[in-house]
Design a protein around this ligand. Structure first.
Ligand code: COA
Length: 224
């Protein structure tokens, strides 16, 4: 498995000229990007696509534009229709991240923002909510985002997405890490940025040590 991250702070600040790059996409993909009302969401989604096309293209020995991306039936998880190549993308705030692996993988990044912990009572399992309340008050927001990203990475690993139900399974503390109670999946948290939480979920434990950072400019050189 490899995990990559692109920081978009500069492009978000200086109005990156996205329109000219969108012309290189298929009409269908342009339409799907335009479902995002905000320009910044389009940029994040475009960057995710750029990232996976570059990575898969390098692996397959073809141009990024020649990489095929399909969608799973059910939750609509984007997949690579090539044997033994799986990926997942996530974006939030300044970050776009992608995990690529030989087995199905899920990834979630979230910017830490002040939040009403009532959301945890509503969406987490009863045991997770109880565990959250036993944390010191100054750790609760951080743990909320750890649990949220872990749970979303789990639902993204199996392709269900949020329709799988965040409260349909439980993630528990295991030493310094976390486990899914049934033991079918494994997790790792990464510190890509102290203002964000990033979790990856897989059905094995061979996680890389770190997130490889790539600049968007580098990805665009290959994308044209
Ligand atoms: C996928 C989902 C979990 C994304 O959550 P999010 O925190 O908003 O977004 P993230 O940034 O973490 O991930 C977005 C990426 O996940 C991927 N993705 C989309 N559907 C996915 C799925 N079912 N499983 C895994 N990954 C998925 C895409 O690459 C997407 O990138 P894009 O938005 O640029 O196309 C959520 O939108 C979802 O549950 N979708 C599934 C379909 C669904 O249930 N729809 C409800 C219809 S009422």
């Amino acid at each position: 498995m490899k995990i990559y991250g692109v920081n978009l702070a500069e492009q978000l600040q200086h109005e990156f000229p996205l329109e000219q790059w969108l012309e290189l996409l298929s009409a269908e993909r342009r339409d799907s990007l335009c479902r995002f009302k905000r320009w910044s969401d389009r940029l994040r989604s475009f960057t995710g696509e750029c990232l996976i096309r570059n990575l898969a293209g390098a692996y397959l020995g073809c141009r990024p534009s020649e990489v095929r991306i399909a969608k799973e039936s059910g939750g609509g998880k984007p997949v690579l229709p090539y044997a033994g190549m799986h990926f997942n993308v996530s974006h939030s705030g300044e970050w776009v991240v992608c995990a690529i692996d030989r087995c199905p993988v899920g990834i979630d990044v979230e910017e830490i923002k002040p939040i009403d912990l009532g959301i945890a009572e509503r969406f987490f399992s009863a045991d997770e909510y109880k565990a959250l309340l036993t944390e010191p008050a100054d750790r609760q927001i951080e743990m909320f985002y750890e649990l949220w990203t872990l749970k979303e990475s789990y639902l993204k690993q199996n392709g269900q997405g949020l329709s799988g139900g965040l409260d349909s399974f439980t993630v528990t503390r295991n030493g310094s890490g976390y486990n899914e109670v049934s033991g079918q999946c494994f997790f790792r948290l990464y510190e890509v940025d102290s203002r964000y939480k990033l979790s990856v979920c897989a059905n094995h434990t061979e996680f890389p040590q770190e997130v490889i950072r790539l600049p968007l400019d580098h990805l665009l050189q290959e994308f044209r």
